[in-house]
Write a protein that binds this ligand. Structure first.
Ligand SMILES: *[C@@H]1O[C@H](CO)[C@@H](O)[C@H](O)[C@H]1NC(C)=O
Ligand SMILES: *[C@@H]1O[C@H](CO)[C@@H](O)[C@H](O)[C@H]1NC(C)=O
Ligand SMILES: *[C@@H]1O[C@H](CO)[C@@H](O)[C@H](O)[C@H]1NC(C)=O
Length: 197
């Protein structure tokens, strides 16, 4: 009696374990897909999802051709750069002489960034200023006789901040609300109230 109950529990537990997607995967049994930034050929029944190399990512999770969880997915589906990286080499499928490779992504210079890139480029892909920086010169793409350059960014003046990509000059940095300015606002409000009464 006890033994058969244990047996049933064991069968149910096995079914439960089998019904799980691999870690770093999403979806349901039969349609498990590796999360964005991971790749694998089988995200269920003991399959696994591998993390893309540093700075790289994948397109949105997909089982179809070229997708990060297709039966032929390999590291070359890591073909995008994460935000604030630029792409120095594209991902490549396996060939007779070479194993598949991921994109190569480098960190944008300090204070500069982007929202992620899908194609090979150069440092000019770092074309927005990060939060709390303002822009002093636009990024320059490489051309004949011209070296590529990232956008130029300076830190916002002391006591002020900016949202990524928003500030085109120092005056676009927003003054922090200091305690003093809050007290000033409160006292002006009270004064206005007194005049009104
Ligand atoms: C996976 O990709 C191959 C081609 O690489 C394609 O033939 C197949 O249909 C894809 N699988 C799914 C489920 O779309
Ligand atoms: C900004 O403020 C910090 C501390 O409040 C100070 O050490 C620094 O020198 C200031 N920088 C500038 C450029 O004024
Ligand atoms: C201004 O505000 C930002 C964000 O709230 C904070 O990180 C920064 O330290 C503040 N700077 C000063 C000088 O108060």
């Amino acid at each position: 009696m006890k033994k058969s109950l244990l047996f049933i529990a064991f069968i149910l537990f096995s079914a439960y374990v089998n019904a799980q997607c691999a870690s770093n995967a999403q979806g349901n049994q039969g349609s498990c897909m590796c999360n964005q930034g991971y790749y694998g050929t089988d995200a269920e029944n003991g399959g696994s999802c591998n993390q893309c190399p540093d700075g790289t990512s994948t397109d949105a999770p997909s089982l179809s051709a070229g997708g990060n969880t297709n039966a032929s997915a390999d590291i070359s589906v890591c073909n995008q750069c994460q935000a604030n990286f630029y792409m120095t080499a594209a991902a490549a499928a396996a060939s007779i002489n070479n194993a598949a490779s991921a994109a190569q992504c480098s960190n944008c210079p300090t204070g500069t960034g982007n929202n992620g890139v899908q194609n090979q480029g150069d440092v000019s892909q770092c074309n927005i200023c990060q939060a709390n920086y303002y822009q002093t010169a636009a990024a320059v793409a490489a051309s004949y006789g011209v070296t590529a350059a990232a956008v130029s960014c300076q830190q916002c003046p002391n006591g002020s901040t900016s949202v990524a990509g928003d500030a085109q000059q120092a005056s676009d940095c927003q003054q922090n609300q200091t305690t003093n300015s809050k007290i000033l606002l409160a006292s002006v409000s009270i004064l206005a109230l007194c005049l009104y009464i």
